[in-house]
Structures are given as C-alpha cells and as structure tokens.
Design a protein around this ligand. Structure first.
Ligand SMILES: Nc1ncnc2c1ncn2[C@@H]1O[C@H](COP(=O)(O)OP(=O)(O)OP(=O)(O)O)[C@@H](O)[C@H]1O
Ligand SMILES: [Mg+2]
Length: 523
C-alpha cells in the first residue's frame, strides 16, 4: 500500500515548481516576513486546490511472487459495488459456470460511501511504453486499484474503512469461490526438451457427496467428524506445535470409490483439489516448488502412489542398467532418441516426498490435506504410511448391503424392495465393487413413470444375476486356485523326494568310493 498525492497533484506540482522557481529567483528581493507568509499560504493554497489523498493497491507484492491479499479482497468488494453503479463492467470470474461475476473495467471510477464519508475507487493498469521482448506475455503489465478520499477523512479511512473492505471482500470471496481442480502438466521447453511443470486448473465440479457415497454409515460419520475437527483445528494445531495438515491413505481394490472419496472430501470441506502426477515431476526440487505453490484450504492427492514412485530402491539398479545400455548404444541416433525419452523419467525420491510431507517445508501455508490412494497397501514402504505422515488409513472395500442401500436410493430412488433380502445375502457372500453394482443399477431409459417399477425390478434382477455369476466365478476360481495349489504342493513334494533320493544316492556313492579307497578293493 503506497500513500501518495495523485496524478493531478503531480500536474499541479509541476506548476507549483515553476512558481517556486520564479519565487526563488525573486525571494532575495522580499523581506523575510513576507517570505514566510508566501510559503505558508502557498501550501494552504495547494491543499485547498487539491485536498485529496490517493492510496494505491498493487496486484503483486514481493517481486511478483505473491498476489496481494488486499488486492483480491478489494477486487471482490468492488465487484459487488460496481455491478450496481459502474457504467463499464468487465465480466471475468465465472462461478459454477452458471453466473457471471462482474467487476468494473479499467479506468472506471466508482463512488462508495461509508459512515457519511465519500470516496472514490478506480481500477488501473500500466503497460510499459517501450516494446520490450519478454518471455512472459503480460508479465510487465501492472494492475492496481486507487482509492481517493478527502484528507479530512484520513482517520476514518485508514482506521476502519479499509479493514471493513478487506473483511467484506474476503466474505464475498468465500461466497463466490469457484473451487478449482489443479493438475501439474509437463511444460514443453525449447527444442522439445522438458521445462519445469506448473499447475493448471479447471473448475472443480464433481457432484459426489457423502450422501451419494456408498459406504458404511458408521465409517462415513467417523470420517466426517475427522474432517470437521481438522478444518476447525487451527488453534489446536498451533497449541500442539504441529503443522496444520493431515494425511489420509485410501486403499482398496479398483472401483471401490477412492477417487470418488477425494471429491467427496473436497466438496464437504469446500477445498480445492491438487491432483499431483508424480511421474511428470522432474526432481525433488521441482516437487517442493509445486507443493509450496499450492494454496491453503486444499487437498493434495497423489493417486496410485505405489505406481508413481519407486518405493523399493530399484532406482539404483535401473540407473546402473541404463549406464550399461548407454555405453552399448553410443553413436546410434535412434537409440540416442530413445535415451532422451528415458531421461524424462522422474527423479523424485521417496525421501524427497517424505521431506515435504513432514519436513520443515510442510508448515508453509497450512490447512492442507494430503491424500494417497493405492490398490496395494502391502507394497508401500512403511516409512511412507506410518502414523504422523498418513494420519488416517481408510479402507475402501467391496459393496456390502449397507453401501448397496445408498446406491439403490441414489440410482433407483428406493429405500426397500422385496428383492433386497436376496441381494443382501448375495452381497455378503460375493465381493463386488460399488462401481460394478452401480453399473447394474443404471436405469436404461428415462421415459414414462408407469414403467418405473418394472424397470427398477429389472435392474435389481440384473444385479442378482450379475452377483450370482460373480459368485459362481469366484467359487470356480477358488476351486481352480485350490487345485493349482494342491498340484504345486504335490510337485514340490515330489521334487523334494527326488532330491532326497539323489542325495541318498550321492552319499551311498561316496561311501562306496571311500571303501574302495580305504581297502584298495575293486569289486
Ligand atoms: N463407494 C462408492 N460410492 C458411490 N459410487 C462409487 C463408489 N465406488 C465407486 N463408485 C462409482 O464407480 C466409479 C469408479 O470409482 P472410483 O474411480 O472412485 O474408484 P477407485 O477406487 O478410485 O478406482 P481405481 O483404483 O481404479 O482408481 C465412480 O465413477 C463411481 O460412480
Ligand atoms: Mg481412482
């Protein structure tokens, strides 16, 4: 925030400077009392002619690193005011892709009134006069708001008005907030080599909620409670001296709702989602930069953590192998190209990730949830999932009757049905994912209501069929597994026996040989 007299003042200033210059030339001819008099009244005159103070609010603070919070708050505050009074408006922020949020256009001025005090806001931008070549288009553009008020109102403005604007602006932002889904894409640098990755975003509009999530009610309640406790826990985390963040590990077979759960959490807490694709992150430094750039009130999710990170220390072996290959392929242009491809492989390490999760950087920002999802919890390095890093482990499991009831309510709008009993029994005996159950509950047509009951029944019957098939397949598979297991055991047994007999033979042979040697007898 910079306090200054305005542009008009600078015009006036140049005139005053000319007057002062003439005055300085002539002052030697004036007596000292008259000099004082002229000076005092000159100042009064200028104040009288231009009694306003201007305050500017720049968009960025600190070397363009961080967007000024005040700027954003003012933008929101003014967009609310200006849609009523300004004549030229700019429609830029779109909420839920439904409504336009209007804000005043550049060089437009609007008047605001606060406790009987009148003041004026205007939006401005400066573009550099000289045409310079820049790597970042628009990087040199400077945007700012200017507030103009009478100097007699200084106390009111700096005392209460500005904090009122900030508070209102933030409240409007919270109402208008269009949540975002960020993902990190690999930027393409010059000559096709990879430049560093950055976050890009789209509006986050996933409709899943706890009500539509098929899961045990008790488990749902527990997770909700946990999330609420976290989001209200600012003081608590400060008190215990821990960074305000929480880690969740979602594990379970494919199609059990892990990704859906992330959307549900984000909708429940009204947070943004950062979908971090580790394989496109070049190295640990880049990982740290990306993570620092995330805003608070967000969920950072790393899907299929077991696939995206080399957790087993095989990286070293791979590197050695690569070196060997490099030597073999020197001079071959095709292999050189494929080598380039390989170099794109991420160098993010487990320790790099852990370092961010609970290293010294983890306290930057705060109010962040980190979610890992995996299909193979047993493959994960214990260091990654120990408590403190992943505070809560949530198992997403196959669809049982409780979960089915949620799906039936959502998909077919029914709470009960005579076929529920049979379905319940089958679900207890058969492992079917909520994704598969849901697929069977999709109504095929949406015409007349008359046929609805029939269609519901058909859906449920289809589900029963699918469950029976799955059950048969599962039992066949179990039989097959048992048979293979028995066969394997039998084979192993036979091999062991064979080995034993060979061993015995060898021993026998050795004994005979020894006898021959000792006795010098040849039979
Ligand atoms: N528990 C659930 N409640 C409601 N719908 C579900 C549930 N689980 C899965 N589904 C449905 O199945 C689809 C797939 O689910 P989702 O992508 O969340 O599974 P996932 O566990 O992330 O699978 P993967 O391990 O393959 O990533 C979703 O579109 C959703 O509609
Ligand atoms: Mg998933």
């Amino acid at each position: 925030m910079v306090m200054m007299k305005g542009e008009q003042w600078s015009n006036l200033g140049s005139k005053m400077a000319a007057i002062m210059f003439v005055y300085a030339m002539l002052r030697q001819y004036f007596p000292p009392q008259l000099q004082d008099y002229i000076f005092r009244y000159g100042k009064k005159l200028s104040n009288f002619m231009y009694p306003y103070i201007h305050v500017t609010f720049d968009e960025f603070i600190g070397e363009r690193m961080k967007k000024s919070e005040a700027f954003s708050a003012i933008q929101n505050y003014l967009s609310d005011k200006s849609s009523a009074s300004a004549k030229r408006l700019k429609a830029d922020v779109v909420k839920d892709s439904q409504s336009l949020v209007l804000s005043m256009d550049y060089n437009e001025e609007i008047t605001d009134e606060f406790n009987g005090v009148k003041l004026w806001w205007s939006a401005k931008r400066t573009t550099p006069k000289t045409q310079q070549f820049s790597f970042y288009p628009g990087a040199d553009e400077k945007r700012f708001y200017t507030l103009k008020f009478h100097k007699r109102d200084r106390q009111v403005i700096t005392g209460i008005y500005l904090s009122h604007v900030l508070k209102q602006g933030k409240a409007i932002a919270a109402d208008n907030r269009q949540r975002k889904l960020y993902s990190n894409g690999a930027g393409q640098g010059w000559l096709g080599n990879r430049s560093s990755t950055t976050w890009t975003h789209v509006a986050f509009e996933h409709p899943a909620t706890f009500d539509t999530l098929a899961m045990d009610e008790k488990k749902k309640r527990e997770i909700k409670k946990d999330l609420v406790k976290f989001s209200n826990g600012k003081e608590y985390y400060a008190k215990i001296g821990k960074a305000w963040k929480r880690g969740y590990l979602l594990y379970g077979p494919p199609g059990t709702g892990k990704s859906t759960m992330v959307a549900v959490m984000a909708n429940f807490l009204n947070y943004d989602v950062y979908d971090l694709e580790l394989t496109t992150v070049k190295n640990n430094v880049e990982l740290r930069r990306l993570l620092i750039e995330t805003s608070n009130k967000s969920i950072i999710v790393i899907e299929d953590i077991d696939c995206s990170l080399d957790l087993t220390g095989q990286r070293e072996e791979k590197k050695k192998k690569k070196k060997k290959d490099d030597k073999n392929e020197e001079g071959d242009p095709i292999s050189a190209m494929s080598k380039n491809e390989e170099r794109k492989e991420s160098e993010v390490t487990l320790s790099g990730l852990l370092n961010f999760i609970d290293g010294i950087w983890s306290a930057c920002g705060g109010e962040r949830i980190i979610v890992f999802t995996t299909n193979h919890v047993e493959k994960l390095d214990p260091a990654l999932i120990r408590r403190g890093r992943m505070d809560k482990h949530i198992e997403m499991s196959y669809c049982r009757f409780e979960a089915f009831k949620v799906l039936a309510k959502n998909y077919l709008d029914i709470d009960s049905h005579p076929l529920f009993g049979e379905i319940g029994n089958l679900l207890e005996e058969t492992d079917m994912t909520p994704a598969d159950v849901a697929e069977n509950l999709m109504l095929k047509s949406d015409d007349d209501d008359d046929d609805d009951d029939d269609e519901v029944e058909t859906c449920l019957k289809n589900l029963i069929e699918a469950l029976k098939t799955a059950k048969d397949e599962a039992s066949k598979k179990a039989e097959e597994d048992a048979r293979l297991k028995a066969e394997k055991e039998q084979k192993e047994k036979e091999e062991a026996e064979k080995e034993q007999s060979v061993k015995e033979d060898v021993t026998q042979h050795a004994i005979s040989a020894k006898e021959v040697k000792d006795n010098g007898v040849i039979h």
